[in-house]
Design a protein around this ligand. Structure first.
Ligand code: DGJ
Length: 569
């Protein structure tokens, strides 16, 4: 069966989800009745050496997510299409903003009814949630403080703004404003208290994003009097000792800036960082502020927290073109030193240089988490790369609100739905094989074919052939999507291959140049760790071929050293 056929039938998916939901509810009620329901631990990001696992209800969890448009969470009606879209996409997590201006319309007076609606909606659709705290920082057209409440905006004396190099105030709270830091921290901790009060058993909310693409736009640093004093003061000792302790593995730009000043062990920001000083300085003070907000929230309810980064986009040349202080690759180490309460620094990747940027954020102290990427078909295959190539913990395109139109999946959303559909049953395997070197991804680039090395003895060649199109041909529909897939080595000569838009040929790397023989090619799926075979592909169908649409194959091989050579072969 071609999985794509199912893919377009939204109601079937919804029915399946609802059945699952009803079953889940029944199990919960029985368990509660029998007083056997053991409390599961709060979601956690567990680090073992340089390996990371997001644990939800005590089990590893990989995020197949989608983020709403910015305003969708201000009216629960606007969330209905969001839930339907996420279900049809086979997503397991929704990313939804919470607006400071709406939850605290007057100082100290909180209104959480929207938060309740969001959590209810997610539960009803069997989705987990990542809530995005739009507080002091969420850039919107020349303003970084668009989501602060009116009483903050109207009182620039108390909640003072950052200034540009000419001394002019910006529409941006200064990271040196202690009153704003305290107000934001109080609001965020009230939010976390509320989440704890309604979700500490069910754990619908699994992570919190603290602020959104923070930083100062239109200036390389804050030039307020407070900031100027700090800039000419000593770099804090905590950052200096971080640099010394991590000297050999600092990100290249920061290492080069420090080396350019002959690695001083103390000094003012310009003395220690030279040309990178304004960005490093801003990163430190923005990160320090956000760390205080996160710490206040975690003191109440310690969910894992992360910050997302505005990506440096083509044409941007210096801090201020991108919000200065946002966690760019230049200043990741500054953030790590300043913000221990922020577990992950997550790049928003909209550009075609996905893998390059992903590599910069995948570090022994930082797992890859993609909380924003393009919802265009061009970016769907990167989910395979994020989870398999980079051992990432999640992937989430932005603006998925209208993936379903008139009860059907929009053709532009089919590539993501196809990707998530084949990944959904494979998640337990992917969790098991991350960091083992036994996961491989296929992402179609400019070339006609791609070679994937599967070790010393075997390679696979993905052939991209003619452009693959999702769904029945429709005039003018932007359906063409690059191919994407994953290979999982279950055991030697035993592979699961899933994806769309390519065919795969295995090649032996030892002995005579030839392909291994197929022991079997089966179409099917996984239920937990059990392979459920559907068709056995032999005869005319004996190909590892995904050009007709998304599917999962299990391929067992017999290599040449396991079988007799044919004479003259
Ligand atoms: C990045 C921001 O983080 C999002 O909130 C949203 O504004 C998108 N850009 C729009 O493309």
């Amino acid at each position: 069966m071609n999985l794509q056929e199912n893919n377009l039938g939204v109601s079937a998916v919804q029915r399946r989800r609802r059945r699952f939901h009803a079953l889940q509810l029944l199990v919960m009620l029985l368990a509660a009745g029998a007083r056997v329901q053991a409390a599961s631990p709060i979601p956690q990001l567990v680090q073992t050496g340089s390996h990371f696992r997001l644990m939800v209800d005590g089990h590893p969890f990989l995020i197949l997510g989608g983020q709403t448009h910015n305003s969708s969470a201000s009216d629960p009606k606007d969330l209905e299409p969001v839930w339907d879209s996420l279900v049809a996409l086979h997503a397991n997590t929704a990313e939804v903003p919470i607006y400071w201006e709406l939850i605290e319309p007057k100082p100290g007076q909180f209104d959480f009814h929207l938060v309740d609606d969001i959590i209810d909606g997610a539960r009803h659709h069997d989705l987990r949630l990542i809530l995005l705290w739009f507080g002091t920082w969420k850039w919107v057209e020349n303003s970084g403080m668009a989501y602060t409440p009116g009483w903050i905006k109207k009182d620039p004396g108390k909640y003072f703004h950052a200034r540009d190099a000419a001394g002019q105030p910006l529409d941006n709270i200064s990271p040196f404003c202690a009153a704003a830091e305290q107000a934001d921290s109080q609001a965020f901790s009230a939010l976390m208290r509320h989440i704890r009060s309604i979700d500490s058993t069910q754990h619908t909310v699994i992570m919190m994003q603290v602020e959104n693409e923070s930083g100062l736009e239109g200036t390389d640093r804050d030039y307020s009097p407070e900031a100027n004093r700090a800039y000419q003061s000593e770099v804090p000792a905590r950052l200096m000792s971080y640099l010394t302790d991590h000297r050999s593995d600092l990100a290249p730009a920061l290492a080069a800036a420090w080396a350019g000043r002959h690695n001083p062990s103390s000094g003012t920001w310009p003395q220690v960082f030279g040309g990178l000083a304004p960005e490093a300085f801003t990163a430190w003070y923005v990160a320090r502020y956000i760390n205080a907000v996160a710490a206040a929230g975690q003191a109440v309810y310690p969910l894992p927290m992360y910050c997302n980064a505005w990506p440096i986009s083509p044409g941007e040349v210096r801090a201020g073109d991108w919000p200065s202080g946002t966690p760019t690759p230049h200043v990741l180490d500054v953030w790590k030193a300043a913000a221990p309460h922020i577990a992950v620094l997550a790049p928003d990747i909209y550009s075609a240089r996905f893998r390059r940027i992903a590599a910069e954020y995948t570090r022994p102290d930082n797992p890859l988490l993609i909380v924003e990427t393009s919802f265009a078909p061009s970016h769907a295959p990167f989910v395979f790369s994020a989870l398999a190539e980079f051992n990432g913990i999640g992937f989430s395109p932005f603006g998925i609100d209208r993936a379903v139109e008139h009860g059907r999946l929009n053709p532009g959303a089919a590539a993501l739905a196809g990707s998530y559909q084949v990944l959904e049953p494979l998640l337990p395997l992917i969790e098991k094989f991350q960091y083992t070197g036994r996961l491989f991804s296929i992402v179609q680039g400019a070339d006609k074919a791609e070679t994937i090395s599967l070790g010393h003895e075997l390679a696979a060649v993905a052939d991209f052939g003619p452009a693959f199109r999702f769904g029945p041909p429709r005039p003018n529909a932007a359906q063409a999507a690059p191919a994407g897939g994953i290979i999982i080595e279950l055991a030697p000569d035993d592979y699961v291959v899933a994806g769309y838009g390519f065919s795969l040929v295995f090649r032996e790397l030892q002995g005579p140049p030839r392909s291994p023989q197929f022991l079997s090619i089966e179409e099917g799926t996984f239920q937990g760790s059990n392979w459920v075979r559907r068709r056995l592909l032999n005869g005319d169908e004996r190909h590892v071929d995904f050009r007709q649409g998304p599917r999962i194959l299990r391929v067992r091989l017999v290599k040449s050293h396991q079988r007799p050579e044919r004479p003259n072969s």
